[in-house]
Design a protein around this ligand. Structure first.
Ligand SMILES: Cc1cc2nc3c(=O)[nH]c(=O)nc-3n(C[C@H](O)[C@H](O)[C@H](O)COP(=O)(O)OP(=O)(O)OC[C@H]3O[C@@H](n4cnc5c(N)ncnc54)[C@H](O)[C@@H]3O)c2cc1C
Ligand code: SF4
Length: 537
């Protein structure tokens, strides 16, 4: 079979790898901005500050674009300039949003080139709205774990995050995370009676060498982009695909729409060269969209609009609401901080909800090497005193990123609207609208109270008025606009991700997820894409 795949993100590359393993021919069409080569790959974060000619330009940008200014949105870090290629837009793709702050990637590897590598399988209860069971997905969690390398351990969190095969030993803990976990162990029964479960994060970062990628060397520059690729990103898989003789990669192409006949059979994918806007058409035998939820929905809507003149509204857009809760651990005041440690979260906290689907999921990151100015400027003293205070506080600081589940609702949707002024094309720009669910404020208040309590049992305190509800869209876990379902309804897909409207179209990204648990979804995206390649082709 000849399969044309759009995108090179987490879902597209794992679909393509499985399709190749089954003997198919795969052509991948991708905008695919390229990642800049890593600077001084053997240097740690501290070495970079010492060795680079202009470390400020590297870490904060030529025009200080990575600086988080006072009075900003309450974010505690900005993306470093060398990651800007991940989020850079392109002229033919215009978005307008209300109630939602979207991020879209046109990079090779997609958004996960900037991810924090947290990987958490969904449980049976969280898959209740999916038209397949955990047992159907489990072999593909195992498969993807073997491909990408996941560190972690079987601990209390196994009740919340099923344990798959091929789990590597956990990474070494930083001192602060170790102190917190010891405290949890000592008071385990108290925590469990409060509905709080803690343990080691599952992370797609190697604790042992695998397929030429070294184990994490604790360079402390994960946020800048791991220079050794110990931390997995989809580009690792894309490079493997490029070695395959039945694989063709066509970068620099924006997939605009497809053409189909009256029976819904797609004949052609219409693309546009990003460089000069020139059109190129690809004949289609089987088309697979893995361009990310917003972009895949846009391609379907533009295709429909071009053929019928009708503007679709696809409802059910979901994302995880996130709250950032900084905390201080007095036991670590005036401790030296160790810059040569893994930078991202090493602890996960689960908070039981009314039902298993209402689990609240917290990722706990202790502060290590980082851009410290967003924290320092929050201390209400002069710069000298604030810096002195920060140095004494550094090792004692941490942040919990609290995630909430979302459900498909009619009033959260994507559609097309307003002719794009930039492209002047006939097709309108993508429009997104998101409404807060009823009772959300109350739910957030209650969860924040429970997290403050849990942190206090860990011996920490949460400084008043510093927790921050992030705008919807910030978690970048978008899903739900063309759901998989058993029911044969328009603008849904079969359990195998096959469109019910277009005979030879499959969708392998989170566009088809009918429910979004509080967990990071990318591991499930990859497993589901591999499942579709295995079951449908
Ligand atoms: C800062 C950050 C941290 C994150 N941390 C985590 C985490 O810890 N755990 C987790 O599970 N998830 C995390 N995520 C989310 C994760 O990155 C996404 O879920 C995942 O990348 C989505 O993959 P995708 O395959 O749907 O497509 P995307 O990543 O959106 O990739 C889209 C691909 O399609 C291409 N493309 C798009 N439109 C077109 C078009 N029209 N024509 C041609 N090509 C196109 C792009 O070039 C790109 O290759 C994080 C995201 C961010 C931004
Ligand atoms: S994962 Fe982070 S700490 Fe580990 S080697 Fe890569 S950059 Fe360094």
């Amino acid at each position: 079979m000849n399969i044309l795949v759009v995108g090179s993100g987490a879902s597209a590359v794992h679909f393509a790898q499985s399709a190749l393993e089954k003997g198919h021919e795969v052509t991948m069409v991708d905008v695919g901005r390229e990642r800049p080569a890593p600077v001084r790959p053997g240097d740690s974060f501290e070495d970079l500050k010492r060795n680079l000619d202009d470390p400020v330009a590297h870490l904060l940008g030529e025009n200080f674009e990575a600086v988080t200014y006072p009075g900003g949105e309450g974010e505690f870090y900005g993306f470093p300039p060398n990651k800007s290629y991940v989020f850079e837009g392109i002229t033919p793709f215009q978005v307008r949003a209300s109630g939602f702050a979207p991020l879209v990637s046109f990079a090779q590897g997609g958004l996960a080139e900037a991810w924090t590598a947290g990987v958490f399988p969904f449980r049976e209860e969280e898959l209740a709205d999916f038209p397949f069971s955990y047992d159907d997905l489990a072999p593909f969690y195992d498969l993807v774990a073997r491909r990408i390398g996941i560190s972690g351990t079987r601990d209390d969190l196994a009740e919340l995050h099923p344990v798959h095969d091929h789990l590597l030993p956990p990474l070494d803990l930083d001192e602060h995370s170790r102190v917190l976990l010891e405290r949890y162990e000592a008071k385990r029964e108290t925590f469990r009676s409060l509905g709080v479960t803690m343990g080691r994060s599952r992370i797609a970062t190697l604790s042992e060498e695998r397929d030429g990628r070294p184990a994490c060397e604790k360079l402390g520059r994960c946020l800048l982009g791991c220079p050794t690729e110990s931390l997995y990103t989809p580009l690792v898989t894309l490079r493997e695909l490029l070695k395959h003789e039945r694989f063709t990669y066509r970068g620099g192409l924006f997939a605009r729409r497809f053409e189909y006949d009256s029976s819904g059979r797609i004949s052609v994918l219409v693309t546009q060269h990003v460089r000069d806007g020139e059109e190129e058409k690809f004949p289609v035998e089987h088309l697979v969209l893995g361009a990310g939820t917003l972009s895949s929905a846009n391609i379907v809507m533009e295709s429909w609009f071009e053929e019928t003149g009708e503007i679709l509204r696809l409802s059910g857009l979901m994302d995880n609401r996130q709250v950032l809760m900084p905390f201080v651990n007095p036991r670590l005041l005036r401790h030296p901080h160790d810059p040569e440690t893994y930078q991202y979260h090493q602890i996960t906290i689960g908070l039981e909800g009314e039902t298993p689907r209402d689990l609240v999921h917290g990722l706990l990151t202790t502060l290590k090497s980082a851009s410290i100015h967003p924290v320092v400027q929050g201390i209400p003293l002069d710069v000298g005193t604030s810096l002195w205070m920060f140095r004494n506080l550094h090792a004692a600081l941490g942040l919990v990123n609290i995630n909430f589940a979302d459900r498909r609702r009619k009033d959260c949707y994507v559609t097309l609207g307003g002719t794009s002024l930039v492209t002047r094309s006939r097709a309108p720009a993508l429009r997104i609208h998101y409404e807060r669910p009823a009772g959300e404020r109350r739910r957030l208040r209650r969860a924040k109270r429970r997290f403050r309590r849990a942190l206090s049992k860990l011996g920490c305190f949460v400084p008043p008025r510093m927790s921050h509800v992030r705008p919807m869209g910030s978690s970048v876990h978008y899903a739900g606009t063309l759901p998989m379902s058993e029911k044969d309804e328009p603008f849904t897909t079969t359990p195998d991700g096959r469109s019910r409207d277009f005979e030879n179209l499959w969708i392998v990204d989170a566009t088809t997820f009918p429910f979004l648990p509080a967990k990071n979804l990318t591991f499930t995206l990859m497993a589901n894409a591999a499942r579709i390649a295995d079951r449908a082709f």
